[in-house]
Design a protein around this ligand. Structure first.
Ligand code: NIG
Ligand code: FE
Length: 412
């Protein structure tokens, strides 16, 4: 049944809105105390103030008593690499000994290590592991997830990763939004020929991915020693011509001008941004590029956190994501994400909730259909064990999501 009435929630944390929120707008969650929400045929149909009569036939609906619990929109995770083969636990212990993420990458480990394992895995192997990761994310309250290719770096494996995501989108309750990331790293067979590898992606991969409608956006790892600003600009311009929306891994390790390029290219989002410059932050605010911050990655790599507080104060649309991947952030811990965002990036609990709901929906170009409790949006909701959203960062590292509702059906 896709009809449900969630009665008398201690808080209905609506996050109301149909576009990304910037700056001070991020503080207003538009909470209704003791409210009731009705989902009809998978879509939010009524949002009732306390005491308002139920305007539908209750016998046609599943009824959930939400007294003492906060009701929120399902979380939207707008940056992950959740389809991959193999693991990199050895590299983690090398990092703990002092090797840097980029040292390991330049020795042929890192992304290329996972690429070898992903090339060797069949679709039948990648699908169940992807399915399990989606299960784990849904238990944490995530109802829509973005997933990137980029562990193939050749024609067949990139398409394989994207097809696995398409299949998981069809078979799992989670909505999966696929991104093509052919320029994640340069594989061994193209080493030293980075420009030619970019050309390969532009000439061969973009048309294939566009034709099969396997991805909505295109992403690139713009970083010293990976892909330059000039290569990124060329790749993104060509991607736009194929109708893709644009994303970037920008200014993660070195301040290269990635945020500025994201603004120049009018990217949908720029992600990581640990080293984004003041000018880059201002440019992103002016160009309405969503600044997607990944504090679990900074934590795992022991790197300084992105300047989330300053970005919001500068008027940016800030989103949060887990970056789940086997290297730099092997976690989808939403509880830790909220704690780090507030404790170390100095977001308020209200800003953090906005960043992982309506603004992360905006980072996926879906602010019109998910990310808030508004009439007409998809019935993706979650109930907390506690009466306030403020427990999300406060109850550090604990999963307090009790119930997850996807398109009007209880799935957790
Ligand atoms: O978002 N920085 C580049 N890409 C990923 C990491 C991928 C990997 O290490 O496998 C990221 O952190
Ligand atoms: Fe990433």
């Amino acid at each position: 049944m896709r009809n449900i009435i969630i009665k008398n929630a201690a808080q209905v944390v609506t996050c109301s809105g149909f576009r990304g929120k910037r700056g001070s707008e991020m503080s207003d969650l538009q909470v209704i105390d003791n409210g009731t929400v009705i989902v009809t045929d998978g879509i939010i149909s009524h949002i009732l103030q306390p005491g308002e009569p139920i305007p539908v036939e209750e016998k046609d609906y599943q009824i959930t008593n939400a007294e003492g619990k906060a009701l929120l929109p399902g979380f939207v995770d707008p940056h992950t690499h959740f389809v991959f083969g193999g693991y990199r636990e050895e590299e983690f212990s090398w990092r703990m000994r002092g090797d840097s993420y980029m040292d390991i990458m330049h020795r042929g480990g890192g992304i290329v290590n996972t690429t070898n394992a992903t090339r060797a895995a069949t679709e039948e192997e990648l699908t169940p592991s992807g399915h399990e990761r989606l299960d784990a994310m849904m238990h944490l309250g995530i109802t829509t997830v973005e997933g990137k290719s980029g562990y193939g770096l050749d024609r067949e494996t990139e398409l394989k990763q994207l097809r696995v995501m398409r299949r998981l989108n069809e078979t799992h309750a989670m909505d999966v939004v696929p991104t093509f990331m052919g320029a994640h790293a340069t594989p061994a067979e193209w080493k030293g020929r980075e420009d030619a590898f970019i050309d390969f992606n532009i000439r061969e991969m973009f048309p294939l991915v566009a034709q099969e409608k396997l991805a909505e956006s295109v992403d690139i790892f713009c970083e010293k020693g990976v892909f330059t600003i000039a290569q990124s600009r060329r790749y993104l311009k060509a991607a736009r011509e194929h109708g893709f929306l644009l994303k970037m891994h920008a200014d993660e390790i070195i301040s290269l001008g990635g945020a500025e390029l994201a603004a120049e290219m009018h990217c949908l989002s720029a992600d990581h941004l640990l080293q984004a410059s003041d000018a880059g932050i201002r440019a992103m605010a002016d160009a309405s590029v969503v600044a997607t911050l990944l504090p679990l990655t900074a934590f795992s790599l022991r790197e300084p956190y992105a300047r989330g507080r300053e970005m919001i104060d500068a008027g940016c649309i800030v989103a949060l994501a887990t970056d789940l991947n086997p290297g730099s952030s092997f976690t989808a811990s939403v509880p830790l994400l909220f704690a780090l965002a507030c404790i170390y990036m100095q977001l308020t609990p209200e800003e953090a909730v906005t960043a992982f709901t309506i603004n992360s929906a905006a980072a996926l170009n879906r602010a019109d259909s998910i990310g808030s409790i508004d009439i007409g949006k998809q019935g993706d909701l979650l109930l907390l064990q506690f009466p306030s959203y403020k427990f999300l960062p406060y109850h550090v590292g604990m999963n307090i999501v009790e119930t997850v509702i996807k398109k009007g059906e209880i799935v957790i």
